[in-house]
Write a protein that binds this ligand. Structure first.
Ligand code: HEM
Length: 436
């Protein structure tokens, strides 16, 4: 996620590191440091194999960022967790420090500034104020109360799918529209604008979007949200954005600029991630028939199944980035102040020291404190919403289409290797029975 939006769930942060002028090559980094591993092997669900070696031999390893700065890559569960919980790390990073996207200096500069309200890129205590404003809106209780409406949205889309000629693209007709509509209703964003915000969000989250386009797209999204915020000031609705506008705060009301950042972050984070979990999760289930059969036989496994899919797939595929604000010792190595560090959630979630047989998808796994939602103060704000959507989505999809299967060979499914949030671009599926 990144809009300050796409920044947001990627190792492609956005503001200058706290000690940008002090970013020095990592110690002993005379040779060329390796780039972030991105090449997956044959199994589209497994992270790059290089992570195995790194976890075993070099769990806090040197890493080259495209802008020339040297930093670090943390790949073991214990170290990733401790880094993300460490108050000496900062989320105020620069786009230029993305380990996977190269940007021209003008674009970097434009994208570096942390905008008011862009709390995913703030540190406490500034971060805490925004987080507090929003936490109450995303509690387990609030999200459970939304379940009937989410189930209705899921059922409506499955009904429509049942009437379509097969094969049907599950991304376009189910995985993407369901979370998009849910977050639109929650925020008070007109769903009729989905073509616009889905297109902008795709561009923000693509690794191949060039710098000038990125700046333009971000501007468009900010203007879109600004118009919406202004309209809501005049005509409030019964939605989260109107609630934020109306709330009394001893620290002062939220400005338009703050509301734009918050709105865009929630809008993009709220649909792109869950959409990809729904589609990629379905593909993973179809490719693991024994696991799928077990879930069909015992739908009460769904809670555990969702956690296991989150762990196994870890769609925030390049991890999250922090900068050390002081010298920090991690896994026996000292990372000097001002250096960027990628915490690989995908590598940590396959760590055999934490998860027995980590490369197996095992929906009955008993205890799985995975890191797919991150860890520490920035741990995903929308995780309860995502869980409710996934539970409702997988349960109804599998119940409705007992013979659901892939309509093309697996090799033909286009994987989102080119996007910050992993998943599939399309998922053609089919099933038995008459068209309704
Ligand atoms: C399966 C779906 C999702 C996954 C895998 C996911 C993953 C993540 C991760 C890894 C982070 C931490 C970023 C960091 O440490 O820098 C995060 C933060 C965040 N997520 Fe999610 N997310 C999901 C769904 C959602 C949804 C549905 C929403 C919206 C309602 C949302 C809103 C946010 C926000 C606002 C933050 C920033 C929190 C902060 O900085 O305090 N996410 N998410």
């Amino acid at each position: 996620m990144n809009s300050d939006v796409s920044a947001d769930l990627q190792p492609m942060p956005s503001a200058a590191p706290p000690h940008a002028d002090q970013v020095e090559p990592a110690e002993g980094s005379e040779g060329a440091d390796p780039r972030l591993p991105v090449d997956r092997g044959k199994c589209p669900f497994d992270p790059p194999a290089e992570y195995k070696r790194l976890r075993d031999e070099d769990p806090v390893s040197r890493l080259a960022f495209p802008d020339g700065s040297a930093g670090w890559l943390v790949s073991r569960y214990a170290e990733v967790r401790s880094l993300l919980a460490d108050p000496r790390t900062s989320s105020q990073l620069g786009f230029g420090l993305s380990p996977v996207r190269e940007l021209p200096p003008e674009a970097q500069e434009e994208l570096m500034r942390v905008r008011p309200g862009q709390f995913i890129r703030m540190d406490p205590p500034e971060h805490t104020r925004y987080r507090r404003l929003l936490t109450g809106q995303f509690t387990v209780r609030r999200m459970n109360a939304l379940t009937p409406r989410i189930e209705q949205i899921v059922a409506d889309h499955l009904d429509a799918m049942g009437k379509m000629a097969r094969p049907v693209d599950l991304v376009e007709n189910f995985a993407l529209p369901v979370p998009s509509l849910v977050i639109c209703e929650l925020l008070g964003v007109p769903y009729t604008d989905r073509d616009l915000f889905q297109r902008l969000s795709r561009a923000l989250l693509s690794m191949t979007t060039d710098g000038p386009t990125l700046v333009r797209v971000r501007g468009e999204l900010m203007q879109y949200m600004l118009d919406l915020v202004r309209a809501k000031r005049l005509q409030p609705g019964d939605d989260l954005l109107s609630g934020l506008i109306a709330r009394e705060d001893p620290e002062g009301a939220l400005t338009d600029e703050e509301l734009v950042s918050i709105g865009n972050l929630l809008l993009i984070a709220g649909h792109e991630t869950t959409a990809n979990m729904l589609a990629l999760g379905t593909l993973a289930l179809l490719e693991h028939p024994a696991q799928l059969a077990a879930l069909r036989a015992d739908p009460s496994m769904i809670d555990r199944a969702v956690e296991e899919l989150l762990r196994y797939l870890t769609i925030v595929q390049f991890g999250v980035v922090r900068t050390t604000a002081e010298d920090v010792e991690v896994g026996g190595r000292c990372i000097r102040a001002g250096q960027p560090v990628v915490a690989s959630l995908a590598a940590a979630n396959r760590d055999p020291q934490h998860f027995p047989d980590p490369d197996a998808l095992d929906l009955s796994r008993q205890y799985s404190p995975h890191l797919a939602f991150g860890h520490g103060v920035h741990q995903c704000l929308g995780q309860q919403l995502a869980r409710v959507e996934m539970k409702a989505g997988f349960t109804a999809l599998l119940g409705r289409f007992p013979s659901l299967r892939l309509a093309v060979p697996l090799e033909q499914v286009r994987m989102r290797d080119d996007m910050f949030i992993y998943g599939v671009h399309e998922l053609p599926v089919t099933w038995d029975g008459e068209q309704e």
